[in-house]
Design a protein around this ligand. Sequence first.
Ligand code: HEM
Length: 394
Amino acid sequence: MRSVALLGPEGIGRLLFDQTKLFSSAEGWEPFLGLLFPRGLMLMDFEEHRLHRRALSVAFKAEPLKAYLAALNDGIAARLAQWRQGPREMLFYPAIKQLTLDLAATSFLGAALGPEVEAIKRAFIDMVAASVAFIRKPLPGTAMRRGVEGRALIVDYFSRQAPLRRERGGSDLFAQLCRATHEDGSLMTVREIADHMSFLMMAAHDTLTSSLSAFVHLLGAHPDWQERLRAEVVGLGLEPGEALPFERLDELRLTEMAFKEAMRLIPPVISLPRRATREFEFGGYRIPAGTRVNTSILFAHRMPEIWPEPERFDPLRFTEEAARGRHRFAYAPFGGGAHMCLGLNFAYMQAKCFAYHLLAGTGVSLAPGYRPPWQMVPIPKPRDGLRVTLDPRP
Ligand code: HEM
């Protein structure tokens, strides 16, 4: 398809912060996600989107996040203990992909998933794979067909479970959505819950897998920074294996800066698509109504006039002082405006929790001279799975 890119921070600002209903997110994302994740937040526009986003936002406030962090702490600590007992050399990407999926299963759906858990995870993997498959029709034998079948299974599961969860309650994300209400006080319908849940799992899964892989790659490639982060983590003074408390997340400042820098160099969502609802002008060009328009986050993150030596890993770009005076939209891994990532705090929390458990007891290194090859499209991933060595640290 033909698409026009509005580049640079001005392009990001124009596309994401428009207040005049000029750009449709639903029509921009439809070709990629429409068959598999219809009626997710990114596939809604304007007033309808605002109402649904408001209903969902209760599930991302501090109290619910605290409960998700408990599930993340348990799941991450247990998995790292397993990794430490396995071979020192491992492929990080498939391992973290599996871990983020398992963590989503517990923090999103609750521990009491029952025997259906494996079928649900499989269906979900098929849906995500289908959203980036080349053949866009669900023909027999294609990834898209498996994805569409996966969606049917997931919708069926959530639809059956939602009424039960409403009665039983719980602190996982699914339970939160089952209690969420629209502005008039009515509960969301079972179908709405099912659509939002599967969309949320998709939005969280590949993005966290990608960003945590970039983070670990860069910490392996920069042992000096890895030591600084380890000192920060150890400096919390927690007992070995103790959970990272929600109240102390803010103390991991260097960890947050390093994670931000990893997402600058390798943003999980490299480009954001929209469709123009009316004719408009940008940079002296007249762009007709109906045009597909996107902005490249990756491009803005590598502009040398904003980021000196853009290829260099330097978390200190994110000190308050360094950020002062930089263009507001020069850095946008979570997008911005009405559709800005709703899971941003969840993502920082999971990244910090992972860094805390990893660095407290383990060193990560790359073989000398090894430069992991990254494939940037559709979602960045290390082509060879990212070979790392894990060594226990006292
Ligand atoms: C490092 C991890 C993540 C990155 C880089 C990321 C990035 C993004 C971006 C760029 C958008 C905006 C898309 C657009 O404007 O077209 C977005 C939207 C969204 N993200 Fe994330 N995301 C991450 C993790 C998560 C997590 C963990 C969740 C849920 C727990 C989540 C839920 C959402 C939702 C619901 C939207 C749609 C918001 C709306 O349309 O109003 N994301 N994300």
